[in-house]
Design a protein around this ligand. Structure first.
Ligand SMILES: Cc1cc2nc3c(=O)[nH]c(=O)nc-3n(C[C@H](O)[C@H](O)[C@H](O)COP(=O)(O)O)c2cc1C
Length: 203
């Protein structure tokens, strides 16, 4: 039986595909690192209709995240569209269901980072990223950002912050990721994978 590689969970919500595109590029950065791999997972939409029940397997794209996906990850990259300067409710809903992981300390000392997509340039990327870090800090995770050794942080005219990768998707959520945004996603994934391996080696 082949031994399973440790994995970085890339957990995101995406309604129109922009955040999903970022997740794919972050996963490529992770998969470039030997000895660890990316596991892409999403969360279902939530409804104001109480009895609406989603299928357990989405029609397309990444699988829905389970509690075990999160419990056993070597690190986490969490991504959300910006919604009124904050993370989207489906992702928050999922995180609000992780009390048992908090109680058992399952995520303590694991590295984590965050990413987001907005429609507008000044539409709240940083507030979303910072607020996404809060529950991860409660879980005892070690938050990492994007250092300025990633030179795309200097040249980007759209998304990209030291708090985490971002993308300006435009009003129709249809703008492609720029070369700089792609580079920042990629290096964020790679950095988290390397951090996870280093931390695992120090146990
Ligand atoms: C309810 C709601 C609130 C939003 N709030 C913001 C916002 O505060 N700032 C912003 O720039 N875009 C906002 N948007 C736009 C989304 O952040 C943007 O379209 C994002 O790129 C969508 O990502 P996705 O393609 O992964 O779904 C909002 C969209 C919705 C539906």
């Amino acid at each position: 039986m082949t031994e399973q590689l440790p994995y970085i969970l890339v957990l995101y919500y995406s309604r129109h595909g922009a955040t999903a595109g970022m997740a794919q590029r972050i996963a490529r950065g992770i998969n470039e690192v030997d000895g660890i791999e990316a596991r892409l997972r999403t969360v279902p939409a939530i409804s104001t209709v109480c009895d609406a029940v989603a299928d357990t397997i989405p029609e397309e794209g990444a699988l829905y995240c389970t509690e075990d996906d999160l419990r056993h990850c070597a690190g986490l990259v969490l991504g959300s569209p910006t919604r009124f300067g904050n993370m989207a409710a489906p992702l928050k809903y999922f995180i609000d269901g992780t009390s048992s992981l908090w109680l058992s300390g399952a995520l303590i000392n694991k590295p984590a980072s965050v990413f987001s997509s907005t429609s507008s340039l000044h539409g709240g990327q940083e507030t979303t990223l910072l607020s996404m870090m809060l529950p991860l800090l409660h879980h005892g995770m070690l938050i990492s950002g994007v250092p300025y050794s990633e030179t795309a942080l200097f040249s980007t005219a759209t998304g990209g912050t030291p708090y985490g990768a971002t993308h300006v998707a435009g009003n129709g959520s249809d703008q492609p990721l720029s070369e700089d945004e792609l580079a920042i996603c990629h290096s964020q994934g790679k950095r988290l994978a390397n951090l996870a391996l280093k931390l695992a080696g120090e146990k």
